[in-house]
Design a protein. Structure first.
Length: 293
């Protein structure tokens, strides 16, 4: 796309009053060319770039008819209200925002429900009161330049709390820091997925971590998605975890799917989350005993 626009704009230099018109929805954070052009127009950094935009107000409700009118000047003429209501019922929230409300979103092809995820954030959340139930998962990015250690525990209500216990920019740093955290937390179980995290396999096994195969990674990813959508996963809104959760999309794996990073970035925090949540849910939870009268 970037190369195509560059080649096209180059051909107009030799023509007086040349004009390039482009039409698009709002896209997401990976829509590099669109975002750059819109930014130039909004910021008036290039007097030759203009933007004509119809979009709903920021943070409007999805079912706000006024926002529909703002984003769809053809409403009532070429577009019916029923057509928009059908899209609202069928499209994921991020898709509806960019396609119908013409609003930029973080990511379109997401594996996890970002709206539901953000609604379950609580900056004060910790696992302190569930210390005897914590399970851990460590994951390493494909480029082996980032490591995340996440813990999770199941409440008596069935909801799961998740917390990032550590994140490092190298395997060497993780190798030094993880043992102290594990000894302090004393998790009931600890796992890592076979793959990049195997670079720490010997160290992790010495700490009691169990290696899980590709099938377990697929199961953990697929199980996490509906849990997030049903708002069963509580977290503290860690910026790193938020970024990785928002950036993951699905890649087929056998009869299922697992996480991948659409932009080629890192998603170890998302894998560590999925592994910790899955492992925590396999642990027995002591239910309150009925009072005998």
């Amino acid at each position: 796309m970037t190369g195509g626009l560059g080649a096209l704009s180059g051909t107009t230099r030799a023509r007086a009053n040349a004009l390039i018109l482009a039409a698009s929805n709002a896209g997401d954070d990976t829509s590099v060319v669109l975002n750059q052009l819109r930014g130039s127009a909004i910021g008036a950094t290039d007097p030759q770039v203009g933007v004509f935009e119809w979009s709903g107000e920021d943070e409007c409700e999805l079912d706000d008819p006024r926002a529909w009118e703002q984003a769809n000047p053809g409403l009532g003429h070429t577009i019916s209200e029923q057509a928009i209501r059908s899209s609202l019922a069928a499209d994921p929230p991020a898709v509806f925002r960019t396609e119908t409300l013409c609003q930029r979103v973080e990511a379109l092809d997401t594996a996890l429900d970002i709206t539901a995820w953000r609604e379950c954030a609580d900056a004060s959340l910790t696992l302190e009161s569930l210390a005897s139930r914590i399970s851990m998962c460590l994951d390493v990015s494909l480029d082996e330049k980032h490591v995340t250690l996440t813990g999770a525990a199941v409440e008596d209500t069935g909801r799961i709390r998740a917390q990032v216990f550590g994140a490092w920019g190298s395997i060497e740093d993780a190798r030094m820091m993880v043992p102290g955290i594990v000894r302090a937390v004393k998790p009931v179980s600890s796992v890592f997925f076979k793959g990049p995290a195997s670079a720490l396999a010997t160290d992790l096994r010495e700490l009691g971590f169990v290696e899980l195969g590709a099938a377990a990674a697929v199961e953990a990813c697929m199980e996490l998605a509906p849990l997030v959508s049903s708002r069963m996963v509580l977290h503290a809104g860690d910026p790193l975890q938020d970024a990785h959760v928002a950036g993951v999309s699905k890649v087929p794996s056998g009869d299922g799917w697992r996480f991948t990073r659409k932009t080629g970035g890192r998603c170890d925090a998302a894998y560590a989350l999925a592994g910790a949540v899955s492992e925590a849910r396999t642990q027995p939870v002591a239910l309150p005993q009925p009072e005998v009268v």
